[in-house]
Design a protein around this ligand. Structure first.
Ligand code: CO
Length: 134
């Protein structure tokens, strides 16, 4: 059911330091910071030949990234995103298998303008999983 790895999202306490490191030390192609107020994050997209990395930093109050950084002050992998052909088919299949979809269970429009859902990390080996309709 799942297809390509769309991105790996990494929460970072210092967005500039992390961006500089990816650009200057790792030699990656990094974009400009983008505020995503609906998601409570500022994102820097990093294009790799076969996937993307997203550096996430808290934006505004009650950012979901803030809580994560309190538990992981140095930063860390926040979630991974797999592509699916049909988000509703994927959701229903997962719900039937007993996996928990976060929030209302209805897809939201994600950072790339496409419908996404998130799956409970306790149901997926401790990893927050995002599914995005490709
Ligand atoms: Co994501």
């Amino acid at each position: 059911m799942i297809g390509r790895l769309n991105h790996v999202a990494i929460a970072v306490p210092d967005l500039k330091a992390a961006t500089d490191q990816y650009r200057d030390t790792l030699g990656a192609k990094v974009g400009a910071p983008q505020d995503e107020p609906d998601h409570g994050v500022t994102v820097v997209f990093i294009e790799l030949p076969n996937t993307k990395i997203e550096l996430l930093h808290p934006l505004g109050e009650n950012s979901p990234i803030q809580t994560f950084l309190e538990k992981n002050p140095a930063g860390g992998i926040h979630h991974i995103c797999y592509e699916v052909d049909d988000i509703l088919v994927a959701r229903d299949r997962l719900a039937d298998s007993g996996a928990r979809v976060l929030g209302t269970g209805e897809p939201k429009i994600g950072a790339h303008g496409k419908p996404v859902i998130f799956l409970h990390p306790k149901d997926f080996t401790g990893t927050l999983v995002e599914l995005e309709q490709a």
